[in-house]
Design a protein around this ligand. Structure first.
Ligand code: ADP
Ligand code: MG
Length: 740
């Protein structure tokens, strides 16, 4: 562009870099605006300060060299599709003249840019091939000439074949020339900048893309990390302030109501954790503004009872409660166990009077139309006190006389819209209780998670039988046969066995949860797939079934099957058969991960356990040890014991403390991170911020946000900041903020 003009974040890229380049950028990254492109930060920097010479490259380490291309050749690959570019380079700086080979698999960039005579800076790890050192797939950046190897670090961007690093740098050079204070005004108040030693916005933009030295770039990054953290915290704190301004009906219950009677007839003592969480919730229900509370508790810690007590308090105050469960199986379970727990109180009195009891109803998609209609009428008339259900609860046809409390179980399977749909069925802002067994370390939950108060229940009910966990190396025949031997033994003692396989059939690669529930959000603790390895193809439900049925040791043993692809009534039948011990072994996918409660099941076998994440394994294991009988969990894997994935299994084997495991899980997923990974859609938000890595910055930003918003929820004293937060809280972000 000949004429230079100032840009703003909203300036279309096309106007500054021309239609052809803009199209390339849009195809590569989806950016159409200057602000989006400028937010494409370098992954890292090649630093000339640490140049190596080819003659003395240290094996196995990451190095940066400036070298001249001597020869280039290209080979088709025989074994797999693609081509290989081989480049030989020699030192371009200094008197030494070492040579090294580099290979680029499908190296489109290399083919185009690395012609003989080209001088470039290369960065990669030193490996070897046929007794010679080589750099495989190095990053590189072409230089004008060796002497120019200008001492500035070279930014390395996330790039694509069609939009290589060099091109990205060229585009950013053009944009940076148009960046001014007017177009990119500072939104962070001066005092905050000063207190935390942050670079100003424009300076930080220039510095992150063209730093004089790497430490400068790090300072610039820090400014943007802080900016993201501050925006996030301002949005969260403002949401809380807004919620506190809303009026909720006071649900203080009655001293002689159902809750009092329920507590009198409890067959056991509530644990300290249950009492404490119960008290926190009871207090929230009378606070005058809507509760928004996350109840975190170990698998089997008795969250359902805490929820039921809250529901009864609301019912005693004339309101109704809804319990939203992620699967049909779980909804059924909740329905039955709540009815069991309430006993005669679940039979409404002759006149439907709540003093006698309250009606508990179930609503699921697979019910007949006439059955549904009855349930809907009772909910609408107020006859029903507790309505348990799946997604069916969200349907337009569902209405309540006075919905006072919404309980969401295993919240990570529900999106914000779904919860809002339920919220909107209430006359007045309802209270919300979200339950999860996937613990998030408290610090993380408090600083990062949506506008939720957190109740944390540690410990399990007294008298709960312990679970022992063993790893089973499947490549050892003796262990394999011992595993089946144990299954047989457990069955002959009259107990039951879960066998969990990663998938249903060879072809169905989808996660079972998604099959059940196509609209479900990915779990917060979703995990990256296990690294590929040379192990046998993973076990499927179908194969396992065949294996067991073909094994004479299991003749006469009832074997059931449960997975997400079965029709609803088959699922229900499989569950009921297992609950009533008509089947002794249940072969399933992770459908049974949440909530299923069969105390007589004492053995859990997870086949190909390495295909699951830590939290998932912990959840699965929680299905056993629920009665008085000690439980055993076998984590079976074909992987060798020193395989990196085995660290996960070892962690799960070594402790049953879900909070400890949650930290291990977060550590392991440092890269993906619960913030970043969960929000794929937003282009302009949370690019750098990571929960664990930036915990301190997040805490500082939280404190600043609280004082900025105190008494001024709209941030009227800081219009630039208010505008920026407003733009930042786009739809994706909204979902993130409300995510429980
Ligand atoms: P989760 O927290 O995993 O949802 P549940 O609410 O399903 O746990 O409870 C697990 C089991 O523990 C249930 O069978 C329930 O009846 C039982 N339980 C709950 N609270 C107690 C308690 N205080 N003492 C003994 N057993 C309890
Ligand atoms: Mg539960």
């Amino acid at each position: 562009m000949a004429e230079q003009f100032d840009i703003t974040p909203e300036t279309p890229l096309e106007r500054v870099i021309g239609a052809a380049s803009a199209r390339k950028v849009e195809q590569a990254f989806g950016y159409t605006l200057c602000g989006e492109m400028l937010g494409h930060y370098p992954r890292r920097y090649l630093d000339v300060g640490e140049l190596s010479h080819i003659a003395s490259l240290p094996f196995g380490e990451e190095v940066t060299i400036v070298a001249e291309v001597e020869s280039v050749s290209e080979r088709r690959m025989h074994s797999r599709r693609g081509f290989l570019i081989e480049v030989v380079v020699k030192d371009a700086l200094g008197p030494e003249q070492g040579r090294i080979r580099m290979t680029f698999f499908n190296g489109y960039d290399a083919r185009k840019q690395l012609v003989p005579g080209t001088v470039a800076m290369f960065n990669g790890k030193v490996g070897h091939f046929q007794q010679h050192l080589e750099l495989a797939q190095p990053d590189f950046s072409v230089l004008e000439q060796a002497q120019d190897a200008d001492p500035k670090p070279i930014p390395i961007y996330p790039a694509t074949a069609k939009l290589p690093n060099k091109k990205i740098r060229d585009v950013l050079e053009i944009l940076l020339d148009g960046v001014t204070e007017a177009g990119f005004p500072e939104m962070i108040p001066g005092a905050v900048l000063k207190r935390h030693g942050l670079l100003g916005r424009c300076e930080a933009l220039r510095t992150i893309h063209r730093p004089a030295q790497v430490p400068d770039a790090m300072r610039a990054r820090h400014r943007f990390v802080f900016e993201e953290a501050l925006h996030l915290q301002l949005a969260l704190v403002a949401r809380r302030a807004y919620r506190h301004e809303q009026e909720a009906v006071n649900r203080q219950g009655r001293p002689d109501g159902l809750l009092a009677r329920f507590d009198e007839q409890l067959p056991f003592e509530l644990t300290d954790g249950q009492l404490l969480a119960g008290r926190e919730i009871a207090d929230d229900l009378v606070r005058g503004y809507p509760m928004n509370r996350l109840l975190q508790g170990e698998v089997g810690s008795g969250k359902t009872f805490v929820a039921v007590r809250a529901m009864l308090q609301v019912i005693d105050s004339g309101g109704q409660a809804a319990l939203l469960a992620p699967t049909e199986v779980l909804a059924q379970q909740h329905y039955h166990s709540i009815r069991r727990a309430l006993g005669p109180m679940a039979e409404p009195g002759m006149l439907g009077s709540a003093e006698q009891g309250t009606r508990v109803d179930l609503l699921t998609g697979s019910m007949t139309a006439s059955k549904k209609k009855e349930v809907l009428l009772r909910a609408a008339s107020g006859e029903t006190g507790i309505l348990v259900g799946t997604h069916a609860l969200l349907s337009d046809t569902v209405s309540f006389a006075d919905l006072g409390l919404i309980v969401v179980d295993e919240q990570h399977r529900f999106g914000v819209e779904q919860r809002d749909v339920l919220r909107n069925k209430a006359l007045n802002p309802p209270h919300m209780l979200v339950m999860t067994a996937t613990p998030i370390p408290r610090t993380v939950a408090m600083t990062v998670f949506g506008d939720l108060e957190v109740s944390l229940m540690r410990g399990l009910p007294f008298g709960r039988a312990p679970i022992t966990t063993h790893l089973v190396p499947l490549n050892d025949e003796r262990f394999r046969s011992r595993m089946f031997g144990l299954m047989r033994e457990v069955v002959s003692h009259g107990h039951q066995v879960y066998v969990v396989c990663p998938r249903i059939t060879e072809v169905a690669l989808e996660e079972d949860a998604e099959l059940l529930d196509p609209d479900a959000e990915p779990p917060v603790t979703g995990r990256k797939p296990a690294p590929k390895s040379d192990k046998p193809p993973s076990m499927t439900v179908e194969k396992m079934l065949e294996l067991l049925k073909g094994n004479s040791a299991f003749d006469g043993v009832g074997i059931g099957v449960l997975h997400g692809k079965l029709p609803a009534d088959a699922k229900r039948a499989a569950m009921v058969d297992f609950e009533q011990a008509r089947t002794q072994i249940l072969v399933s996918t992770t459908v049974i991960e949440v909530g299923v409660d069969v105390p007589n099941a004492t053995l859990m076998v997870v086949v190909d356990a390495d295909s699951f994440g830590i939290s998932q394994l912990h959840q699965l294991r929680g299905r056993i040890g629920r009665g008085q009988n000690a439980g055993t969990c076998l984590l079976a894997s074909w992987l060798p014991t020193d395989h990196p994935s085995m660290a996960r299994l070892n962690a799960v084997q070594s402790t049953t403390d879900g909070f400890e495991l949650a930290e291990a899980d977060l550590e392991e997923r440092r890269e993906g991170d619960i913030l970043g990974a969960s929000q794929s859609g937003s282009k302009s938000t949370l690019r750098l911020l990571r929960v664990m890595k930036h915990a301190k910055t997040i805490a500082k930003a939280r404190a600043e946000a609280e004082s900025l918003i105190a008494g001024d929820r709209e941030l009227s004293r800081y219009p630039a900041l208010a505008r920026s937060v407003g733009e930042w809280v786009d739809e994706d972000m909204q979902a993130f903020l409300e995510r429980g």
